[in-house]
Design a protein around this ligand. Structure first.
Ligand code: OAD
Length: 232
């Protein structure tokens, strides 16, 4: 049975109203990533970082999955082999769209992590510098998201999936952040067919066998239909 590995990025959630990072008007054009997405930024100004993620948590909780999230859930349900969704997104829109199994390599807005003891728990809607860790009681709560300079989660499992996949798709990601941007090379080494689906060519577009450009809500359901009908 063919295993499909799908890597998603901010572009798949764009039509659900969540901002991307590097597009015109993107999140990193408004907030320098050094300030809000690095351990050094958090050490310098934890109040700013908590406010940034509190706002994103509220926004993500109010967002609804779009046709692209739903199409991938349908593929997971109807494909006779395994479909592994690896997302760089910290929202829960794949799950809200019906996906069963999602690997969140950059963590989730729904999670809290104790910077002192490493305990993880469900994040309250609003976290601040006084939020105590339920395990060690120290006020060292941080969002359970991976910042620049930190190791993404579940890398061993992801590389195992890539080594065994027959199809690899990257959806809505600019191909500028590693290690995710290099997953296509792992898939190629495994002999997989590779497809990029994005609004515009990514930084690693030349590595893919096939490209489909347009809004995710249109091109992803179309690709899923073709796969399930044996046309892709
Ligand atoms: P980016 O903002 O870098 O790229 C989003 C991509 O989605 C761009 O190439 C857009 O052209 C494309 N896009 C925008 N709207 C789209 C739509 N409606 N349909 C399809 N594609 C669309 O976001 P990521 O590649 O996800 O990490 O960024 C990767 C990581 O960088 C993020 O996980 C985050 C960020 O810094 C951390 O915070 C650690």
């Amino acid at each position: 049975m063919e295993k499909i590995v799908i890597l998603t990025g901010a572009g798949i959630s764009a039509e659900s109203g969540l901002g991307t990072f590097r597009d015109k008007g993107g999140i990193w054009t408004k907030y320098p990533l050094e300030d809000v997405a690095t351990p050094e930024g958090f050490a310098r100004d934890p109040v700013l970082v908590h406010e940034f993620y509190n706002a994103r948590r509220v926004q993500a909780a109010a967002a609804a999955p779009n046709a692209a999230h739903q199409a991938l859930a349908r593929l997971q349900r109807d494909w006779p082999g395994e479909v592994v969704i690896v997302t760089q997104n910290v929202d829960a829109l794949h799950e809200a769209g019906g996906a069963r199994e999602v690997i969140h390599m950059h963590g989730t807005l729904a999670g809290a992590l104790c910077g002192a003891c490493g305990h993880r728990w469900q994040a309250p809607e609003v976290m601040n510098t006084k939020t105590p860790c339920p395990a060690c009681t120290r006020p060292a709560a941080r969002p359970d998201v991976v910042w620049f300079g930190e190791m993404p989660y579940f890398m061993d499992a992801i590389y195992d999936h890539l080594a065994g996949c027959s199809v690899f798709a990257a959806i809505g990601t600019s191909g500028q952040v590693y290690p995710a941007a290099a997953f296509v090379h792992e898939a190629i080494a495994a002999g997989a067919r590779t497809v990029e689906m994005n609004l515009e060519p990514s930084a690693v577009v030349s590595s893919f066998d096939e490209t489909r450009f347009g809004p995710a809500s249109r091109i992803v359901p179309d690709w899923v239909d073709r796969l399930l009908e044996g046309r892709a």
